[in-house]
Design a protein around this ligand. Structure first.
Ligand code: N01
Length: 533
C-alpha cells in the first residue's frame, strides 16, 4: 500500500445523493474541511443508479425537492406532477452546480473499510481507489435503498442473454425491441417498468411471487398556474407537511373506515382513486391500525383490478390478499391494463419458486421460459445493506455488522453506541422511508450540522450514544411498530426480502413531528443520551 495517500479532513461524507450533497453544503458553511466519497461517477444517489424505463418518483415533484434554499425552489421548474428519474437527476446536477459542490466530491470511489482509532479519536477510511483518508467525523449518506438485492438463483451465471437489475441500470438506453424478456418481481420498480417495457418487447414474462397493490398516479404536465401558486406558497406547504406523520402535505381523513357507511367509504375511495397517488392511504384514519378497516380499502383495489383486467384468472392472480399499505403502496401508470396485452404473460411463482436459470432462459415448475434478457426487479437490502457492506470497525475493533447481527440498533437513527463520531443520515430507527425522504434528509442534515457546530465550539473530541439511551430508543421503536399493521407482514421494512436478514421493523413509525420533537429535545438538553468527551 505504498501508493496510499493519507489525506486528512475534519469530515468525510459517504455518498453524494440528496443527503450527501446537502450535508456537504452545510459542513462547508461551518468552515470545516470536508471530502465526499461517492461510488458512482455522478451525483444523485438513487436517481443515478435507478435508470430503468419508467423510473419516476411517487411523491409529487413540488414536495420531493429541497426546501433549504428558497432561491433554489423559486428558480427550478418541475415539468410534471410526478418527476421522471431523468428530471430528478437533472435537478440533482443543477444543485451540485449551483452550490459548487463537485470540487469536494471524489467520484468513482467506493468506501470499503472504516476503522476508528480510539487513541486519536479519528476514523481511517479505505476505498477501492487505494486511498486511506483520515477524518474526525464520518457521515454516512449511503441511502436507504441503495444496496441491491439480487437473489442467487441456481445457474445464474450460465445465462447466455443479458441480465439487468432495476437498481443498477445501464446509463445508455437498453433496447428490448423484438426480445423475449423476463422480469422477476412486482414491487414499485417493476410496476413502473412493466407498462413501458411491454410496449417494446416481443414478449414479456412477469414472474410474480407476491401480488402488490397499486393506485393510479394520474400523472400530468404540471399546470403553470399550479406551479406559480406553489412557488408563492412554498413556505406554508412545507410547514403543513412537517405536521404530518409522513412529512407530506396532503388531506388526511381521520374518520374510521369501519364506522363509515358503505356509501361513504365508496365515495372516499373513488375520490382518492380519481385523484391518484399514495395519499389513497389517507382515505380513513384507521387503515393501518385495524384489519377490518384495511380490508375495505384492499377490497376496493381488488375490485378495480377485476374491472380492468379482462382475464378473470389473471385478475385473480394479480389480486393481493395481504394488508394494503403494509408493503409500500405502489403508484402506477397503466400497470393493470398491461396484463390485457397479448405479449404479456403473468407467471405465478408463489407456490412454485423459480427453480433455475438456464443458458436459454428460466425454469419454473418444470417449465422452461426461453428468454433473451432477464430483469431483476428484486429490490434492495434496505436500510442496513449499504452500511453493512462496508467493513465498519468501531471501538475495540468491533464491527457494525456484528452489532446488527440480530437487527439494526441505533439512537434516533442518527448514531450507534460503540461507533463514536459516526452519523447516519436517515438511518434505521428514524422515520426515513415512511416519510417524504427530502424533508427527512434535510432534518437530519441540519441536526448533524448543528451538533458538529456545538462540538466544535466546546472542543469536544468525541460524541457517541450511551448504550442505555440507544436501548431505550430501540425499545420505543419496537413498541410503536407493534401498534401498526405495517409491522405484521413480510416486507423490506422488516428485512423479509433478504434471505437470512433478521426480522426487525427498521424505520421509526411514530411519525415525523414526534420524531423531530424528540431530536430537538435531545439537542436542547446538551445532546441528552450521548456521551461527549
Ligand atoms: O423492490 P421491492 P422495488 N423470487 O422489494 C420480488 C422504492 N421505490 O425495487 O414481495 C421471486 O418492493 C419480491 O417478491 P416478494 C420504494 O420505497 C420507489 O420494486 O418479496 N421474486 C417483490 O415483488 C419501494 O418500496 C419508487 O414476495 C422475488 C420484488 O421482487 C422500494 O424502492 C420506485 C425474489 C421486489 O420488490 C423497493 O422497490 C421504485 C425471488 N427470489 C422503488 N426476491 C418510486 O418513488 C424478490 N422478489 C416510485
Amino acid at each position: 500500500m505504498n501508493s496510499m495517500s493519507h489525506d486528512q479532513y475534519d469530515v468525510v461524507i459517504v455518498g453524494s445523493g440528496f443527503a450527501g450533497m446537502y450535508m456537504l453544503h452545510r459542513v462547508r458553511a461551518l468552515g470545516l474541511s470536508v471530502r465526499v466519497l461517492e461510488a458512482g461517477s455522478g451525483v444523485g444517489g438513487t436517481w443515478f443508479w435507478n435508470r430503468y424505463p419508467g423510473a419516476r418518483c411517487d411523491v409529487e415533484s413540488v414536495q420531493y425537492s429541497y426546501q433549504f434554499s428558497d432561491a433554489l425552489q423559486q428558480e427550478w421548474d418541475w415539468s410534471e406532477r410526478y418527476a421522471t428519474g431523468p428530471e430528478i437527476l437533472r435537478y440533482a446536477n443543477h444543485v451540485a452546480d449551483r452550490f459548487d459542490l463537485r470540487r469536494d466530491i471524489q467520484f468513482n470511489t467506493r468506501v470499503t473499510q472504516m476503522t476508528f482509532d480510539e487513541d486519536a479519536a479519528r476514523w481511517t477510511i479505505r476505498t477501492n481507489a487505494h486511498t486511506a483518508i483520515d477524518a474526525k467525523f464520518c457521515i454516512m449518506a449511503t441511502g436507504c435503498l441503495s444496496s441491491v438485492n439480487k437473489p442467487k438463483f441456481k445457474g445464474l451465471d450460465s445465462f447466455r442473454g443479458e441480465i439487468f437489475h432495476t437498481g443498477s441500470w445501464p446509463h445508455e438506453r437498453v433496447d428490448f425491441t423484438g426480445k423475449r424478456v423476463g422480469i422477476i418481481g412486482t414491487g414499485s420498480s417493476a410496476i413502473q417498468a412493466i407498462p413501458i417495457i411491454a410496449q417494446e418487447v416481443r414478449h414479456l414474462f412477469v414472474f410474480q411471487r407476491t401480488p402488490n397493490y397499486a393506485v393510479p398516479a394520474r400523472n400530468a404536465p404540471l399546470d403553470p398556474q399550479v406551479r406559480r401558486q406553489t412557488k408563492e406558497n412554498y413556505a406554508s406547504m412545507r410547514a403543513r407537511a412537517k405536521q404530518m406523520p409522513n412529512g407530506l402535505d396532503f388531506v388526511f381523513n381521520p374518520v374510521s373506515a369501519v364506522e363509515a357507511t358503505t356509501e361513504e367509504r365508496q365515495r372516499e375511495y373513488e375520490a382518492r382513486w380519481a385523484q391518484g397517488g399514495v395519499t389513497f392511504m389517507g382515505s380513513f384514519g384507521d387503515l393501518l391500525l385495524n384489519q377490518a378497516a384495511n380490508d375495505t380499502a384492499a377490497e376496493f383495489v381488488r375490485g378495480k383490478i377485476r374491472e380492468t383486467v379482462r382475464d378473470p384468472e389473471v385478475a385473480r392472480t394479480l389480486s393481493p390478499r395481504n394488508i394494503i399499505g403494509c408493503k409500500r403502496l405502489c403508484v402506477d401508470t397503466g400497470y393493470w391494463e398491461t396484463f390485457n396485452r397479448t405479449n404479456v404473460s403473468l407467471i405465478d411463482v408463489s407456490g412454485t419458486p423459480i427453480e433455475e436459470i438456464m443458458p436459454e432462459g428460466l425454469q419454473v415448475g418444470g417449465k422452461n421460459y426461453p428468454l433473451d434478457a432477464i430483469i431483476f426487479a428484486t429490490g434492495f437490502d434496505a436500510m442496513t445493506g449499504a452500511l453493512t457492506a462496508i467493513d465498519i470497525r468501531g471501538r475495540r475493533g468491533n464491527t457494525l455488522k456484528d452489532k446488527w447481527a440480530e437487527g439494526a440498533r441505533t439512537y434516533l437513527g442518527l448514531a450507534m453506541a460503540g461507533f463514536p463520531n459516526l452519523f447516519t443520515i436517515t438511518g434505521p430507527g428514524s422515520p426515513s422511508v415512511l416519510t417524504n425522504m427530502l424533508p427527512s434528509i434535510e432534518q437530519h442534515v441540519e441536526w448533524i450540522a448543528e451538533c458538529l457546530d456545538y462540538l466544535g465550539k466546546r472542543g469536544v473530541r468525541q460524541i457517541e450514544p450511551r448504550i442505555d439511551a440507544e436501548n431505550a430508543w430501540v425499545a420505543h421503536n419496537t413498541a410503536v411498530a407493534g401498534t401498526s399493521l405495517r409491522s405484521s407482514c413480510s416486507s423490506w421494512y422488516v428485512g423479509a426480502n433478504v434471505p437470512g436478514k433478521p426480522r426487525v421493523f427498521m424505520p421509526y413509525i411514530g411519525g415525523f413531528p414526534a420524531y423531530v420533537a424528540k431530536c430537538e429535545e435531545v439537542a436542547a438538553n446538551a445532546y441528552e443520551g450521548f456521551a461527549l468527551t
